[in-house]
Design a protein around this ligand. Structure first.
Ligand SMILES: Nc1nc2c(ncn2[C@@H]2O[C@H](COP(=O)(O)OP(=O)(O)OP(=O)(O)O)[C@@H](O)[C@H]2O)c(=O)[nH]1
Length: 220
């Protein structure tokens, strides 16, 4: 398991309206793991039911190797009570909208609010993602207004496309690095009863890390 070479595990969730492309983005990212299979064509991506799990190891530019545990959630309202129960135990959130769907952009503040209400302020690090950047001719959210929203909510903004494989790694790298920095500053702390960040002992055999591990402040 990749955790053999990883010192930390960050749990990250993708949130956003139905059909904005969360599953396609995540599958494209996971397919970038050396040796991984190409993802199914996105046209075959069926709507997510509840929550699905993925993982990928990542070497941060400045810091240790990280295991990302990635949770893909259903955007449809009828699954909201299931997906909501996962918000508390994440350290990173990709807030995804479809740049050809204005409503999905307008709903970003609601998604942000939902997580903040569940977690309390300063627990999670967010990244705003404008997805389907290959569809420039039908775009209806400008980069400038997305940047403004991201700034007002205290997060960075990245435009991605699963179809073109544009900025997919950049989005996850940016979020993971922002989490590392927040840990280093002490803005986010490792807590025994919180699954957002876990310390993984180098010698640990594969399997879920103990809930009792608390290595103190992050040294990354
Ligand atoms: N043009 C374009 N289409 C995309 C892209 N990513 C996803 N799609 C399409 O968008 C539709 C929805 O994609 P999904 O990945 O299932 O969206 P989702 O947000 O996971 O949907 P839910 O599971 O219902 O919440 C599919 O038809 C995809 O083919 C992209 O980068 N560019």
């Amino acid at each position: 398991m990749e955790a053999g070479g990883c010192r930390y595990q960050f749990r990250i969730v993708l949130l956003g309206d139905a059909a904005v492309g969360k599953t396609s983005l995540l599958r494209r990212y996971v397919a970038g793991t050396p040796g991984a299979r190409e993802p199914e064509p996105e046209s075959e991506a069926a709507p997510t039911v509840g929550v699905e799990f993925y993982s990928r190891a990542l070497q941060l530019r400045a810091g240790p190797r990280i295991k990302l545990q990635l949770w893909d959630t259903a955007g449809h309202e009828r699954f909201r009570c299931i997906t909501r129960s996962f918000y508390r135990n994440v350290v990173g959130v990709l807030l995804v909208f479809d740049m050809t769907n204005r409503k999905s952009f307008e709903h970003i503040q609601d998604w942000h609010q939902e997580v903040m209400a569940t977690q309390g302020p300063d627990k999670a690090v967010f990244l705003l993602v404008g997805h389907k950047s290959d569809l420039q001719s039908t775009r209806c959210v400008s980069a400038q207004e997305a940047e403004e929203l991201a700034t007002s909510l205290g997060m960075a903004f990245v435009e991605t496309s699963a179809r073109n494989n544009s900025n997919v790694d950049l989005a996850f790298d940016t979020l993971a690095d922002a989490i590392r920095q927040a840990l280093q500053r002490g803005d986010i702390k490792l807590e025994e009863d919180w699954g957002g960040v876990r310390f993984i002992h180098k010698t640990q055999s594969p399997g879920p890390p103990s809930r009792k591990q608390n290595p103190g402040p992050c040294q990354c």
